[in-house]
Design a protein around this ligand. Structure first.
Ligand SMILES: [Zn+2]
Length: 419
């Protein structure tokens, strides 16, 4: 995942344009996703697909001809969606178009201007302070023309047509936690799921933030009902504790599955209620759709100082953090995949476990007591009304223990799956 991130890092992405498409093409080395294009001007609910932005080069030169700001050194140097310009101007005029962060004098900020046509450069405060009075040549070789918005979609066929949605935004230029971490995790999770023949079908979306999810929802309204669970994948590469933001519903299976995983797999974690601010869960959880989609991150967006700056780089996101996050996601998938409902074949009193060798099987095992409790919980609550997640929650036991006990009881003919 980190190697893939390193490959994607230098590309200047935006909500449209060649950088976004190049990123999607590179991701096709991992998964054979579809790349879809929606033309400029298309209405998507209350929004319109914007003009496509592309950039070849941009710089600011001093009178000696030295490039004092050079887009080729970092894609963050350009105000994303800058209009073209080629002019000479004084530093004081140029300064209206320069953006820095005084509180972090070494970092380049990330700024965009999607919906207002203007141009600008971003640079560190130290870099800005070192610029001397005088005349500068400003050059931005960009285009803002009719084109299309592109996004990637990958579908894993499961046994069921019911779907789990994973959505990640792929529109940010050279920054890692937000959100190349989400992009690479989704790519590898998609590949993993395509190799295991899952029960659910899985849909992965690699989309520009906001406008991408609005576009996808507007084009897929008729099949949205198939989405039974979903997660927005972002900021999964920093060292912070995992954080879950609940879906708008608040008590959906996905909300409970993530919290169940946290309780038994993670020392420290945070759970936040839904709010209509954040990433694409805002669109998936808009009132007409109200999809069971939450967001599983590490440190949430805006809560780490490196957020939307050049310090959100390849050193800020470490392979081991990506690996841990990947494990959180696969554990949640395991809960969703195995959350069935069973009926005990002995509803009148407990079955005699000893006669079936289930007690002797447990004798002497270190975890015997846990397994025995799990057997008793599963037998007692399997009346056809409780799923395995219900049982795990009520018994305060890890889902995999409940799962293990269920398989054992099913093997001995003491449980039947409710169909
Ligand atoms: Zn962002």
């Amino acid at each position: 995942m980190h190697d893939l991130m390193r490959r994607l890092y230098p590309i200047c992405r935006s909500i449209t344009g060649d950088g976004l498409r190049e990123t999607l093409r590179i991701l096709r080395d991992i998964i054979p996703m579809e790349i879809r294009d929606v033309p400029t001007g298309t209405s998507v609910f209350d929004w319109t697909i914007p003009k496509e932005w592309n950039i070849k080069d941009a710089y600011v030169k001093n009178t000696s001809g030295e490039k004092v700001i050079d887009f080729k050194k970092s894609s963050l140097h350009i105000l994303n969606y800058s209009t073209p310009v080629h002019e000479k101007m004084s530093l004081s005029r140029l300064q209206e178009h320069l953006f820095a962060i005084p509180e972090h004098p070494d970092w380049i900020p990330y700024r965009t201007s999607y919906f207002k046509e203007r141009w600008g450069f971003c640079l560190s405060q130290n870099h800005l302070a070192a610029m001397k009075d005088g005349e500068y040549e400003v050059f931005i070789d960009s285009t803002l023309t009719d084109g299309s918005l592109s996004y990637g979609e990958f579908y894993v066929h499961g046994e069921s047509q019911d779907e789990v949605l994973f959505s990640t935004h792929v529109c940010h230029p050279s920054m890692c936690n937000d959100n190349l971490s989400g992009v690479v995790l989704c790519a590898f999770l998609a590949r993993y799921l395509s190799e295991v023949k899952p029960y659910y079908s899985y849909r992965f979306l690699f989309i520009p933030g906001t406008i991408g999810s609005i576009t996808w929802l507007s084009k897929n309204e008729s099949t949205i009902g198939r989405i039974k669970h979903g997660l927005v994948v972002a900021c999964v590469g920093d060292a912070g504790k995992p954080t879950y933001k609940k879906s708008r519903r608040g008590t959906a299976i996905i909300d409970r599955a993530v919290i169940q995983m946290f309780r038994h797999s993670v020392k420290e974690f945070d759970v936040k209620e839904f709010s209509p601010y954040g990433y694409d869960e805002r669109q998936y959880c808009s009132p007409a759709f109200d999809l069971p989609v939450g967001s599983l991150t590490r440190t949430p967006h805006g809560c780490f100082p490196q957020y939307h700056t050049s310090a959100d780089n390849l050193e800020f996101v470490l392979p081991e953090n990506l690996g841990e996050s990947f494990e959180y996601y696969t554990k949640v998938v395991a809960i969703l995949e195995n959350n069935r409902t069973y009926i005990s074949t002995n509803q009148k009193c407990e079955p005699q476990l000893g006669r079936r060798g289930l007690y002797s099987l447990l004798g002497g095992r270190k975890d015997a007591e846990i397994t025995e409790m799990a057997l008793l919980w599963v037998l007692n609550l399997s009346d056809g009304n409780n799923s395995l997640l219900d049982i795990a929650e009520r018994s305060a036991m890890p889902f995999d223990k409940i799962m293990e006990a269920t398989l054992l009881l099913e093997h001995h003919g003491l449980l039947q799956e409710k169909r």
